[in-house]
Design a protein around this ligand. Structure first.
Ligand code: ADP
Length: 296
């Protein structure tokens, strides 16, 4: 069974289309990255999944349950970290975790609280109003992990965290992933999705531009830098090579096909030098978003 299924999801605010007919599936046990610039529609998607807002159209399901109709049941299996953490000002860290423990019937709450409070260096007696942004984020993180959720939905979980705490978070996420938790990670950070996610959806202006496998097993696009005095690359462009940059003596091309074909094509060119490397995710990201258009 798929863990998350989104079909034709659309959210309009008057004339502003925040989500435009998006489709996504996330497999059970996947670590799925969700990346895009500000205003792309990431939080709107998450809010629809959590039934914080009603979509204008479309379906969002988690473990076969409807995100809207079955939201009560879903609250029992989803751990959520919001991008902006808000709790009541006077409530303490300990009180929040105890409420979560009660709601989810955590049998070993004391032990779990002790573990996570130490891991994330929290002060249980502190009130929320006394905590910094990063410490509030850590409370939300612990609150989402402490009941071993089946699904974790994280909206910019590392924002406000120092590097050590970011590292601890990813250690904990890896542990939960190994235990079978499905993780949906919305972030601005390419490095996070590149090193941590199994697949990543790129979203922009409410539309999914592309869903990429992060693991090996497919051939990444190649960036081919050619040097030569009289480079004729028009024939290559006609074959689907994209010119990334060009000077009098150098041209960088993007190529996504078989390596054998690439070497054959290059053998027909008058070149002094060649450098071939895999396109990294940052370049992929920029090529998707560059110029405001989707480049196929
Ligand atoms: P992201 O999380 O990717 O930064 P959002 O999902 O928050 O993006 O926003 C997507 C779009 O929806 C943006 O254009 C944003 O301005 C718009 N939007 C979000 N919430 C509202 C709202 N309550 N009223 C009007 N427009 C909204």
């Amino acid at each position: 069974m798929e863990a998350i299924v989104i079909e034709g999801l659309t959210k309009k605010y008057k004339k502003n289309v925040a989500l435009d007919n998006i489709n996504l599936t996330v497999g059970q046990g996947e670590i799925f990255g969700f990346i895009g610039p500000n205003g792309a529609g990431k939080s709107t998607t998450i809010k629809c999944l959590l039934d914080f807002i009603k979509p204008t159209k479309g379906i969002a399901e988690i473990y076969g349950l409807d995100a809207q109709k079955d939201s009560e049941s879903l609250k029992r299996i989803i751990g959520y970290v919001p991008s902006d953490v808000h709790y009541y000002n006077n409530v303490t860290v300990e009180e929040i975790l105890k409420m979560t423990g009660k709601f989810h019937g955590i049998h070993n709450l004391k032990e779990m609280m002790a573990y996570y409070v130490e891991r994330f260096e929290l002060e249980p007696k502190k009130k929320m109003k006394e905590l910094s942004l990063g410490n509030r984020k850590k409370v939300a993180i612990v609150n989402s992990l402490i009941f071993d959720p089946e699904v974790l939905i994280l909206d910019e979980p590392t924002s406000g965290l120092d590097p050590l705490m970011q590292h601890r978070l990813f250690e904990e996420l890896s542990y939960h992933h190994d235990e079978g938790t499905t993780i949906f990670l919305s972030t601005h950070n390419l490095h996070e999705v590149e090193s941590f996610c199994t697949r990543t959806a790129f979203i922009r202006s409410g539309k999914i531009l592309s869903v990429e496998e992060m693991e090996t097993g497919h051939t990444p696009a190649k960036v081919v830098k050619l040097t030569g005095a009289a480079l004729q690359v028009e024939a290559l462009q006609a074959k689907g090579y994209r010119v990334l940059s060009r000077t009098d003596t150098d041209v960088s091309l993007l190529y996504q096909d078989s390596v054998k074909q690439l070497l054959t094509d290059l053998s027909f060119l008058e070149i002094d030098d060649v450098e071939i490397r895999n396109q990294n995710l940052e370049e992929k990201f920029l090529s998707l978003y560059d110029g405001g258009e989707l480049h196929e």
